[in-house]
Design a protein. Structure first.
Length: 225
């Protein structure tokens, strides 16, 4: 049977007074890479239903070939408009999860106790977990089975504080996540801003930014094998 992977996306279309959502490339790129690897994909979100897309991710160079392919793919768009609502049972029913980014995650990944419980249960079961860009916001408040921060001592990356400052949202996010992970004792590393970069540590893969979708999902597929 093919492995069943949940691409978990934000349900939030705002972060405070900032209009946002999920970053399209960070859904489309893993969607097709996982599909080509023969895996079954389920799009999941905290509220279920239509996943809001950040308008910025639909424009210019951000609207990648995978984004266009997804937009023209009736099956993919139907899944995007009718995502499955996140439930605790997903920790048992899924073989792995891929946490897609976008600033909406700073609203409903960062503070979502149910999502944290799912991540913690999957981590304890040694199931593969990937998180790209702002997707790692879901990991900030997660714990290992011994109660210590999930990312303490872990090699990892995420949307860098320098990148957050560059896009002018450093005062709107609830917390600068790079700084949060460093404070927890994570072994944080990064590439130059906006360059692709992903890190694997055990069953965890993290990516730095939208451009990191490809290496992040490639490393995730490698640990799913």
């Amino acid at each position: 049977m093919p492995k069943k992977i949940g691409i978990i996306c934000t349900s939030a279309c705002t972060m405070g007074d900032h209009e946002t959502g999920a970053w399209f490339e960070e859904i489309a790129t893993p969607y097709y890479a996982l599909k080509e690897a023969g895996m079954e994909i389920v799009l999941v979100s905290p509220k279920g239903g239509e996943i809001p897309l950040d308008k910025g991710s639909m424009q210019g160079d951000f609207f990648t070939a995978d984004c266009k392919k997804f937009s023209d793919d009736a099956e993919a768009m139907a899944a995007l408009k009718s995502s499955v609502k996140l439930e605790e049972s997903h920790a048992d029913s899924l073989d792995g999860i891929y946490l897609a980014g976008g600033h909406g995650t700073m609203d409903d990944f960062y503070s979502n106790a149910l999502l944290h419980a799912v991540v913690e249960k999957m981590y304890a079961a040694n199931k593969p977990i990937a998180a790209d860009c702002h997707g790692p916001a879901a990991l900030v408040k997660c714990k290992k089975p011994d109660g210590t921060p999930l990312m303490a001592g872990k090699k990892m990356t995420c949307f860098a504080d320098t990148e957050e400052t560059a896009v002018g949202l450093h005062e709107k996010v609830p917390e600068m996540i790079e700084a949060a992970f460093r404070a927890q004792g994570a072994e944080f590393s990064k590439a130059d801003d906006w360059h692709p970069y992903a890190v694997t540590d055990g069953n965890l893969v993290t990516g730095q930014n939208p451009a990191s979708s490809k290496p992040c999902v490639e490393q995730f597929i490698a640990i799913c094998a």
